[in-house]
Design a protein around this ligand. Structure first.
Ligand code: HEC
Length: 125
């Protein structure tokens, strides 16, 4: 008798879980903030280009080609932005400074990571 209601409860919560999967990380406000960071004080645009086209060669293209370091996973992208890429780990030998060499807060890093993912989605268009 106890199990049936439990299953019903789990089923009724499933749609909520799907909603959470889209996440608060990709609301319009977060993406707008991420775009501002990318094109502004995060300095990302100076190496990656405003549209993610990659100004320092193919490995810096974010809007085309393949993921090299992060497999496109949000948590990996957040971690990579925080640590940067040292010369020994860089495919091209070009360094990415931690937080792009800027003084982004953790919240700004989270926002710009979400924006980077939307740039990459343009690959399929
Ligand atoms: C000084 C130049 C420079 C700046 C500024 C910079 N990057 Fe990078 N970034 C690079 C380089 C170079 C690579 C690729 C390294 C390689 O060749 O392996 C890279 C790689 C990446 C990757 C890995 C992509 C993949 O293939 O998995 C992400 C994500 C990324 N950068 C995001 C950012 C963001 C967001 C910012 C701004 C906060 C930023 N970068 C600022 C130089 C830069």
């Amino acid at each position: 008798m106890i199990r049936i209601p439990l299953i019903l409860l789990v089923l009724s919560l499933a749609p909520l879980g799907a909603l959470a999967a889209q996440g608060p990380d990709s609301t319009a406000a977060v993406l707008a903030r991420g775009k501002r960071v990318f094109e502004g004080r995060g300095l990302c645009f100076s190496c990656h280009g405003k549209a993610g086209e990659g100004l320092l060669g193919p490995t810096t293209a974010l809007a085309e080609g393949k993921w090299i370091h992060t497999q496109g996973k949000r948590e990996n992208i957040v971690a990579l932005i925080k640590t940067g890429i040292e010369a020994t780990k860089s495919k091209s030998g070009t360094v990415m400074p931690p937080r792009g060499g800027s003084r982004l807060t953790d919240a700004e890093v989270e926002a710009v990571a979400s924006y980077v993912i939307t740039l990459a989605k343009q690959r399929k268009l």
